[in-house]
Design a protein around this ligand. Structure first.
Ligand code: 8YV
Length: 318
């Protein structure tokens, strides 16, 4: 039987590339001299799309692929897949929500500590010879001891961070669309109330229109002069210009970011700020975890073509 044709929109690690190429007829856009020609060439045969969440599957692309059956995302977020078009065309959409939870939660915890204790600035201070020349660095005004972590979006990753934060002795509060049964953390019924109640506000929400600019100037004001914002969810959930203004004015004490509104472009105002820790969207970025994410995508594709049932359809498909 002919191998199913898969259009790959983003690169994958070599171990996954090898398995994909063995099992499917693959067409890769990354590295192609003329991506448009690759699509045009394979359009009639393409039955699946595979990608990390940075790939974009809009209505225009889906319309070009009349035999598309499934879009398999090798990560948690799928806001770049046009879900209404997918549903209208009965295209299955899957993601890989479990493959990266622990890795992202580990980095979230590290970013929280780095931000509150100014560890990136401390590293730069030593390397610049300032310890020897000027003496000990100024003490960090904030501390994790006795602090409350407010989690905006208590999903898989939010829960995994909460578990780690409990071991650090942090108090935990959260806000989400609803109070969760059997969860003992303090629930707040709005992002404002959560910001007011916590010292460190962690954004762990998905992207898309529902969460766009959820964190704005008003919420940052509620977080307050001794408050910290940490974002490992999606950059679009934070009004980056308002964040820069708040960091410059001291409306909040600091921010730790792994995600940005317009990646890989970072608001120029952020780059010069000493009270911001900036990571280049790498929370899931270890070889083992990116391989596991690719494998989860592969598992969904294989299950789809073997049984007609994917392993992990996105919630809207349920
Ligand atoms: C991706 C992510 O790895 O899974 C997600 O939603 O944001 C990351 O883990 C990143 O988009 C790289 O492609």
């Amino acid at each position: 039987m002919a191998k199913p044709t898969v259009l790959m929109l983003t690169p994958m690690l070599p171990a996954i590339v090898e398995k994909l190429n063995a099992r499917f007829e693959t067409h890769w856009l990354p590295g192609a001299a003329d991506p448009e020609a690759v699509i045009a060439d394979a359009a009639e045969r393409v039955r699946a799309i595979g990608m990390f969440p940075t790939g974009k599957v809009d209505a225009a692309l889906m319309r070009r692929l009349p035999n598309l059956e499934i879009v398999a995302v090798a990560g948690a977020g799928y806001e770049w897949v046009d879900m209404s078009e997918a549903k209208a065309r009965s295209v299955m959409v899957t993601n890989a929500p479990d493959a990266l939870t622990a890795e992202v939660a580990d980095v979230a915890m590290a970013l929280i500590v780095m931000t509150v204790r100014k560890l990136a600035a401390a590293d730069a201070y030593l390397r610049a010879g300032r310890w020897e020349a000027e003496g000990p660095m100024k003490l960090s005004p904030g501390s994790l001891v006795g602090a409350t972590l407010g989690i905006l979006g208590l999903g898989r990753i939010g829960h995994a961070v909460a578990k780690r934060a409990e071991a650090f002795g942090l108090k935990i509060a959260y806000h989400g669309r609803r109070r969760q049964d059997g969860v003992a953390y303090a629930y707040h019924d709005s992002p404002e109330a959560l910001a007011e109640a916590c010292d460190i506000l962690l954004v762990a929400t998905p992207g898309g229109a529902d969460t766009h600019h959820m964190i704005d100037a008003r919420i940052l004001e509620k977080l307050g002069r001794s408050g910290y914002l940490v974002n490992i969810g999606r950059g679009t959930a934070v009004d980056e210009a308002a964040l820069v203004a708040a960091l410059e004015a001291g409306t909040i004490a600091g921010a730790g970011l792994d995600v940005y509104e317009d990646e890989p472009r970072v608001h120029p105002g952020l780059v010069g700020l000493e009270n911001a820790v900036l990571l280049p969207h790498l929370a899931s970025g270890s070889v083992p975890t990116r391989t596991a994410m690719g494998q989860a995508m592969l598992d969904n594709l294989e299950a789809w073509f073997e049984t007609g049932k994917p392993v992990s359809p996105v919630s809207e498909m349920g």
